[in-house]
Design a protein around this ligand. Sequence first.
Ligand SMILES: *[C@@H]1O[C@H](CO)[C@@H](O)[C@H](O)[C@H]1NC(C)=O
Ligand SMILES: *[C@@H]1O[C@H](CO)[C@@H](O)[C@H](O)[C@H]1NC(C)=O
Ligand SMILES: *[C@@H]1O[C@H](CO)[C@@H](O)[C@H](O)[C@H]1NC(C)=O
Length: 467
Amino acid sequence: MHSNIFAVTAALAATAAAFDCNGPYFSFYNRRGPAMSSQRLDPALFPGQQSPHMHDFDGGNALSADVTYESLQDSGCTTARIKPDKSLYWRPALYWNGNGTGLYPVPNSFLKIYYKFGDSDNTKAKNISEFPEDFAMMAGDPFRRSEDPENKAGIDWTCIAEDYSRITAKGFPTGFTSCGQGLTTQLTFPACWNGEKLDPKNPNAHMAYPTNSGSGVEACPEGFQAARFPSIFIEFWWDVKVFDGQYSANDNPWVLAQGDPTGHGFHADFRNGWAKGVLAKATSDDGYCNCGCGCGDDQMRECFGAENVNDDADISTCAAKSALANETGVVEKLPGCNPIQDGPGEAKAMSGPDCTADVPAPGGDDASTPATSAVASQISSIASEASSAISSIVAGVSSIVASAEDVQPTAVSDYLSPTVSVLPANVDSSDCAYATTVTVTPPPVTVTVTASARRHYAAHRRHGRHN
Ligand SMILES: *[C@@H]1O[C@H](CO)[C@@H](O)[C@H](O)[C@H]1NC(C)=O
Ligand SMILES: *[C@@H]1O[C@H](CO)[C@@H](O)[C@H](O)[C@H]1NC(C)=O
Ligand SMILES: *[C@@H]1O[C@H](CO)[C@@H](O)[C@H](O)[C@H]1NC(C)=O
């Protein structure tokens, strides 16, 4: 019954939304059914590489590890309702861990995405900006394992029974053995910007939530008035029927992909892919789109133009162009280094061949840092950077061995302005093995690069004789 998705889900969402359903915002659904793709990627915090844990993605199908605004524009389709919205929306995959036979990915049933641009009194906020190209942000903290007293993102979870009765909690709720209409969570992204790019080491630093006083960009906290964007609010719905009756009312069988059995570590990311001008028009002071939380097909067409609204068939056939999807399906352990870590303390980023060696997560609630699985590849890129620096001075380096101690789970390469101090020119040719140290700030990250030039020099000398 794809045809009446709007009618059905608008009714559900109306009960879910804890705010006036009429006002300066619009909302839309992605497809009913699975996410566009499940992949161990995070094109905001871990560009160009595999990410520490599994995410479910929706949005533009040009999804890739190193996606840019430009490359997203080449998406052939999007699972967002509005065609010019090639943005990416992702969140950790959810698993069912209820009978000790493996971790079962919980099927997505749909997302409802709202773009809200009202002041606290529900009037249109002035001076709403569209997102810049290559803009990304996140909400929530993957390392959190206990209730956040502030909870600015407003994360909570609800089991919605067949008769629409609801059990809600800040973390995973208990007290039921089925959720006929679905298990849901929701969050709001921040909307006030400090003008900087997302810093993978501190991915929440460039954004803040609007306050209740002031209007438009003036409601933004000091330091975050470079722009006020629409507030993106998302309801995430999962279909958990397949697990009905297989857990008791006291059990918590759910776990998030980063090894979170509490639900407090739910988070989501957004990467802008809106075609230029479209969001600006839909949120402009005159003639903004205001179908609220019950936008129907016709209203979306009115707001964005009939040709710009995906129908369900467009969406359900939209698959990711490239798929690194070899860790999907039932798994014995969570993909990546993600042992299940209960609260209430912050979870630690894990590393090592058995995913046991723990690495201290840097302090601070905002420091939701990438985990160590990325560090190895960063060490090797430091090594190769050092290698080429050394090679340019000493003609020929046969091997570079990089090792690191006390590596913080951060994006090491961001710190690297390599002060590669290589041996002076008067290197003793009878012993060309030497070591040099690349010091990466801040401490305590020190990468020792040992370069052995001996064999190459020998080869070079032999070669020289023939010449
Ligand atoms: C809003 O934008 C208009 C036009 O760019 C500008 O004149 C006005 O000062 C802005 N208002 C605020 C509150 O920033
Ligand atoms: C465990 O749960 C899964 C998912 O519901 C089910 O498919 C499987 O048959 C169950 N296995 C056992 C041994 O109960
Ligand atoms: C999945 O594919 C990637 C890229 O080819 C590879 O690095 C990784 O080891 C694979 N994972 C598994 C579990 O096969």
